[in-house]
Write a protein that binds this ligand. Sequence first.
Ligand code: GLC
Length: 741
Amino acid sequence: MSNRRKIITPEIAARVEELLAKMTLEEKIGQLNQVGPTPVGGVDLTLAEWKRMLDAGKITRAEYDKAVAGIPMDAQEDDVRAGRIGSFLVLKGAEKCNRMQRIAVEESRLGIPLLLGLDVVHGLRTIFPIPLAEACSWNEEVFENSAAIAAKEAVATGLNWTFAPMVDIARDARWGRIAEGAGEDPLLTSRFAAAKVRGFQGPDLSAPDRIAACAKHFAAYGAAIGGRDYNSADISLQTLHEVYLPPFEAASDAGAATFMGAFNDINGVPCTTNPYLYKDILRGAWGFDGMVVSDASAVAEVVAHGTAADRGDAAAQSLAAGMDMDMGCRCYIENLADRLQRGEISLQQIDDAVRHVLGVKFALGLFEHPYVDPTLADRLYLCAEHRAAARDAARRSMVLLKNDGLLPLAPDAKLLVVGGLAAERGEMLGTWAAMGRGEDTACLLDGLDARGVQYEYLPCYTVNHENHTIGEFDPAGLAEAIAKADFVIAALGETRNMSGEASSLCEIGLAGGQDALVAALAAAGKPFAAVLFNGRPLAIPHVDAAANAVLEAWHLGTEAGHAICDVLFGDHNPGGRLTVTFPHHTGECPRYYNHVSTGRPAGEIRHSCKYMDAPITPLYPFGHGLSYTEFAYENLTVREENGMVTAQVTVRNTGARAAEETVQLYVHDRVARRARPVRELKAFAKVWLEPGEEKRVELTFARSALGYYDTAMHFIVEPGDFDIWAGHDSTADLHAVLTVK
Ligand code: GLC
């Protein structure tokens, strides 16, 4: 029985049928065709060719930007008038979107509005922390509020659809798209997914300030072998259902209007043409009544997968599998009529896909309000309320990984700041930053300047703005500057382009001259705090060893510099907790906490499941995060009744500063028919504690959360003993045993 919050009411269904009955075959197929603006005449190269030259390093970024800026774009108006286009991606701006929408609504035969989509993943103009950062707040209100603000600014830009949230579980830090999701845990990512859908879509999807969400990438994209983007996922059905699908089910239950198929294959079947995903699971088991779009050119890429003979075959297979809309490669518009005529697909399949597309358009209220007020953007973009929300989210996303007492900083000490990332505004935006702009963004130095902090700054390495790489170490002036300072802040990490799509790395340490900088700081012996700017876990044991404090600041968006200083100087007590495991070395990847025991669990003896050249515990574990105070846990009790498991634990603030603690509850099934993870997060709760204050915190979860799939794929919840731990992170040792009858 599905728990989905349906978006198609009987009234909408009736309106869909009435419109469908009037449509020609070409108009039907046109609704399944999503395009982006394309370059037209007047240039000797297409946009794609310019991009290939940039990626190949044949032209610089500056040359590329100059060339592309001058390319007139064909918005294919005639196709819109003829009803051959149902949706656009990457059209931006109220004027452009209104103009294209007006052609569709007022100049086409049936006046069907367009879906106008863009990757509004963590903000549109006001940019919030990248999802991997925001997830570390473990705060569903923050997740929802940032999505609601992003929706408002997206609507002001003329959009009605975002290709977000990305809810792919990621266990391998070599995969650049780990930056775009909520990390390695199914429960936390499920809560993130549902909150994002609520934020983007609101209680009423047809409201004029809401947009359609898109849960992506369906499915198991993060299981890419080797962390290499677009690679195969070769996983068991049990792992698919226990690890990778739960966040998508949560998004569907929350009423996500759309889903996006993933580029990868699962066990040899491309997701784009996989009926098990879209018919058996999404619509059959979960009761999904929205629309499915492919990823960019993914329909055409079925040929490259080796499971389609040509584009027409790929189009037919995709439609038959339940892929409603073709993003960006014109396979559907160019082939479906022919494949229908050949009998490879049915008119019923085409009609069903069109129903799904029209259903979302009606549910969005586009037939009632297709246009946007062009004056809205100037009032909404970067307004004080949105900036304040971005700063609050950024504060809560930071994770204090290490601190020997250096932080919070004394405001009047002599400070030296080193590392080119400290001065980089654009790099703070992170991957998929929609229409975010560097000039609107606060870097670390801006945060210090805004506070009137006196400091000296030495880049020591620079960021190459043409290819977004990190330059070599430049020690000029460093020794003298360190000598004059009381302590140092070192900005270390990645540029925004070093994570995100097509950004897999086989080394996840520090690039360029950063290791040399760390070594120089270690040798100088002056206390230093490392501030990390990154979109993935980094293998930085040398930084942890040398620094007095390590603050994970990710790519925090528009308000980055101000929020970082709020934490560095103690205005905000850091409360973030990691949602991904940090390994010591790249070679440990994939590294995640909720693994099974094996017959030889990693231990001191050599003959156990471990690497000889790496510690058996991670650099920083899942759930880890320090505060400017400490917490004590005691008196854990747990019981099961009426299908619910209830744990209670006393948490006390034993330090001198008030703080918010994220109480985490982990479970281990001691004996099962298939090996179960050594720990799994099953509940978490936030609690505010004044110094010395203690509270009895209650955490509950459904008994069914103890279940798993047996070897025959039956979901079972077995009686038996379960280890329960409550505490500060996934290494919590306050233990109790739950006996389930
Ligand atoms: C990209 C990404 C997807 C994005 C789409 C449209 O290739 O895989 O996440 O939504 O294209 O930009």
